[in-house]
Structures are given as C-alpha cells and as structure tokens.
Write a protein that binds this ligand. Structure first.
Ligand code: NDP
Length: 487
C-alpha cells in the first residue's frame, strides 16, 4: 500500500521523495509506505484548494449541505472497509472502529450538512437605515490531526469548515495516513469540486509549512499542548485564526451517594477505550472515602476481565498502543509511578498471549493498569500518559475535591457521579473544564460543543459553536436617507 497526497481530486503518483514505513501496531508488520509532502505538494494543494474555494463559496448553503450529506451516506456504505483500515492503522478494536469512529465522522457530516442552509446573519433596524451581518467563509483552512481518532478528527474539522463555504487541506498524523484519503475520495464521489478537501501526508514539518503558508487562513489542530503552542506561535506572525483541541488530565469525581456500578462503568470508559489513548480521559479518578473499598473491588474485577488482543478480532475489547515508542513512554510512566510509591493494583504489563491464547509478543500490547496509593503531586497524576493507566485518589469533602480537581494546567474534561442533582450541577459549575459530564463519561454527541479550558485548547468543535470558528462576520450598513454631512 502507498499513502500519497490527495490533491485536486486524485492521489498523486510522484513517489520520488522522503518516505517511511507505516506499521500495524498489532504485530509491527508493515502496512505500506507513506510519502512526505514537499514544498511543491503544498503549493499544489494550496492552488487547488484556492480554486475549489472560489466555486464552493458561491454555492448556496443547501447545495453545500447536499454534498456533505451524500458524503456521510458514502462513508456509512463503506463502514466495514474504513473501520478495518482504521483498526489496522491505530491498533484499536474493530468493534470500536465499527461502532464509533466511522459513524461519528458521518454524524458530523450529517449534522453540518443539515445545518448548512440555515447559516445566516442578523438584520438590525436602524434610524432611516438598516444593517445586516453576513457570516462569510475564511478561505482555505488547514486541519492537522492526531493519531487516535484519524477519520473522526478529519470529519470534525472538514464538516463545519466546508458547510461554511471554506475549502480544507488536511494533514493526518504521520502514524495514521490511511482514512483521511478515504474521506477525500468520499467527498469526490459525492460531487465535491476537486481540491475542496486535499490531503497532504507527513510529519510535523508539513504541519509547520501549512501553519506558515500565507495562502492558508486558519489552522485547526488536534494534538498535544506542546504542538498547540508551536502552532499558536507560528500562526501569530500572520494573525491566523486557530482552533486548538489539546491534551488533558481530567478528573472523574465519584461521590458516596453515586450508583457505584454506573460509576465503575464510566471509569472504565474514561480510561480504557482506545487503549486509553483519548484526550478527554478521566485519568484522575477521585473516590469518596466511604465507598472507596467497594468501588475499587468492582473496578479491579471488571478491569481484569477486559479482553486484550488482536484488534481485528470482533471480540477484542482492548487493542494495541499506536507504536513501540509510545508503548515504551507509557511503560516509563508506570515505572515512575511505582518508583514514586504508588501501588500498581493490576495490569501494566506486556502480555505474551491474548484472551484467546494467541501469541501477541510482537505487538504493542499492555494490560489495563490501575494505580492506588496515589498522591496529587505524583507524575502519573499530573502528566497526560495517553495510555491505559488509571489513577485512584481518595477524598473526603466536596470543597476539597473541587480544589484538587482544578489543580492542573489542563482543563479539557471532567465528570461527576452523584445521585444528588443539586450537588452534580454545583460541583460541575466549579470545575475548570470545557467538556463535562454528570453521571456518565466520554460521551461526545455532535450537538454539544467540545473543547478545553486553560492549556487544553482554544475554540470549540462540534455544535453551532463550530460555525463561529469557520466564518468571519461582515457588518453592512444600508442608508435609506441622505448623507448627513457636516461639510
Ligand atoms: P502531536 O501534538 O504530536 O501531533 C498532532 C499533529 O500535529 C500531528 O499531525 C503532528 O504530526 C502535527 N505536528 C507535530 N509538530 C507540528 C508542528 N510543529 N507544526 C504543525 N503540526 C505539527 O499529538 P499526537 O498525534 O501524539 O496525539 C496525541 C495528543 O493529541 C495528546 O496530547 C492528546 O491529548 C491530543 N488529542 C487531543 C484531542 C482533543 O480533541 N482535545 C483529541 C485527540 C488527541 P506528526 O504526527 O507527524 O508528528
């Protein structure tokens, strides 16, 4: 398999450039060769996206919406093929790619496709005059994606951008080059003009070229805080608009009156979905003293039943981490946790066999880990690990847990479990996080804004809020009388 650029409606064929092998995290066998975009490719992508923008911006919202809706239909019809590609690239269970990744991409296209015709300005009645506003597109927007949800990230950026009349150049992570190309082909098959959604492959250098390019009006990143800061700084020289969806170290707070079984389900969802490689994960699980023992015993028992194994097996519940290097990084955090005095209650080891007895030593597998005896200041409780590592922390009072939950440079997400409806809202309103749940975790419907406070990001994805991120507002004053001139 060759992963090339997708520019002006087709895969490019010139492979005379820097390249690397893309590996399957499940066995570290090669999946294919990825070709790094060079300056020429970026210029070709910008020229083609500029041409597409000139026609696309003149379409009505309804016309744009039809293309997005058709693209969603095509993605759904190719669900199994795309889900398998995602599983091979990311290492996540096929059951997840089938149920979530491709469908949530299609959900975004349907939501913004349906909304496109309703994007409108305001009318303002004035004295002998009136005014109106027009939300206008920005131009070419660049999307830069992380490797954990490749097609979802691409669609969460492309759907609102295109609905608003922009074109997009998308750079997937160098580790997951496959499914952005499938999305690009689906747009073409749905009747989009060539160049409306171009894909350039490559590492951070390609992201930096997009950020610096004067022909690109906006950058939307999903990635780490460190990359977010570089992009923000790079975009500043041209005062480019940015949306930054960054990392987190989010709290999940379980009060003693909570439904424990539901809270345990949520803690599992908040830590072990996609091998724990989820930005909004609730990795600091605060449990009130009185229920600590029963919560922990249920959590341990259910964690140990998670079936770790070959991602493409439909019965697998946890697959392989994205790369050997990332596996080592996560194991380094586990070692640091043990060295700091935390107790590794379960997991955190590289299994030799999967849940069906198959040899999985060649893949990047790790059993789901729970740390107890944690302290807030430990590295494992402060840093984003981005792997299946859950830290349990104990608390006494509401006031105490709010202060401890907020004691973080991050502010992406938070969850509260309680059967006291007043407490649920009261606590969530005091938590410094952009995406919150009461009595659930990691549910991200397209209808609700998604994004972070503090160093977890800038701007919002999804919902009506995304429209503001991809438009600029023009105000028009219309005189109905004479010009009142002092001269
Ligand atoms: P990175 O920040 O390493 O990379 C994100 C993207 O930015 C990649 O495409 C990367 O390319 C690119 N990039 C790297 N350097 C630059 C640069 N200087 N200029 C422009 N682009 C650059 O994140 P990961 O891919 O490792 O993903 C994990 C991170 O993403 C975690 O911190 C996680 O929390 C966060 N994330 C946030 C989400 C959110 O919505 N808030 C959702 C999912 C993940 P390359 O891959 O080739 O290095």
């Amino acid at each position: 398999m060759e992963y090339t650029q997708f520019i002006d409606g087709a895969l490019t064929t010139n492979t005379n450039r820097e390249s690397w092998v893309n590996y399957n995290p499940a066995d570290n066998n090669p999946l294919g060769t990825v070709y790094q975009a060079n300056e020429e490719d970026i210029e070709a992508a910008v020229a083609s996206s500029q041409k597409a923008f000139q026609t696309w911006r003149t379409k009505t919202g309804a016309e744009r919406g039809r293309v997005l809706l058709k693209t969603a239909e095509i993605l759904r019809s190719r669900l199994e093929k795309i889900a398998l590609l995602e599983t091979q690239d990311v290492g996540k269970p096929l059951s997840e790619s089938l149920a979530v990744d491709v469908s949530s991409a299609a959900d975004a296209l349907e939501y913004f496709g349906g909304m496109a015709a309703t994007i409108h300005g305001d009318f303002v009645d004035l004295k002998n005059a009136f005014g109106y506003t027009r939300p206008e597109p920005l131009g070419i927007c660049a999307g830069i994606g992380a490797w954990n949800y490749p097609i979802q990230i691409a669609a969460w950026k492309a759907a609102p951008a295109l609905a608003c009349g922009n074109s997009m150049i998308f750079k997937p992570s160098e580790l997951t080059p496959a499914t952005a190309l499938e999305l690009a082909q689906a747009f073409m098959d749905a009747g989009a003009p060539p160049g409306l959604f171009n894909v350039v492959q490559g590492d951070g250098r390609v992201g930096a070229m997009l950020t610096a390019h004067p022909g690109i009006a906006k950058i939307s990143l999903t990635g780490s805080v460190a990359t977010g800061k570089k992009i923000f700084a790079g975009a500043a020289s041209q005062l480019k608009k940015v949306t930054l969806e960054l990392g987190g170290k989010s709290p999940l707070i379980v009060f003693e009156d909570a439904d424990i079984s539901n809270a345990v389900s949520a803690a599992l969802l908040a830590n072990f979905y996609t091998q724990g490689e989820v930005c909004s994960n609730g990795t600091r699980v605060f449990v009130q003293h009185k229920i600590y023992d029963s919560f922990l015993s249920q959590l341990k028992e259910r964690t140990e039943k998670i079936s770790v194994g070959y991602p493409a097996d439909p019965d697998t519940q946890m697959g392989a981490l994205i790369s050997k290097a990332h596996l080592e990084k996560v194991m380094g955090f586990i070692d640091a946790g043990k060295a700091a005095g935390a107790t590794l209650l379960t997991g955190g080891i590289r299994p030799e066999k999967d849940f069906k007895g198959r040899d999985i030593r060649s893949g990047n597998f790790l059993t789901p880990a729970i740390f107890t005896d944690c302290e807030d200041a430990m590295e494992i409780c402060k840093e984003e690990i981005f792997g299946p590592v859950l830290c349990i922390l104990c608390f006494d009072s509401e006031e105490e847990v709010i202060a401890r939950a907020n004691d973080s440079a991050y502010g992406l997400a938070a969850g509260v479990f309680t059967n006291d409806i007043k407490r649920g809202h009261r606590v969530i309103h005091q938590i410094q996080a952009g995406t919150c749940w009461i009595n659930n975790y990691n549910i991200t419907p397209i209808e609700l804004p998604f994004g972070g406070y503090k160093q977890s990001g800038l701007g919002r994805e999804n919902s009506l809020a995304a429209i503001q991120q991809y438009t600029q507002l023009k105000s028009v004053y219309v005189e109905l009388g004479n010009v009142d001139s002092p001269y």
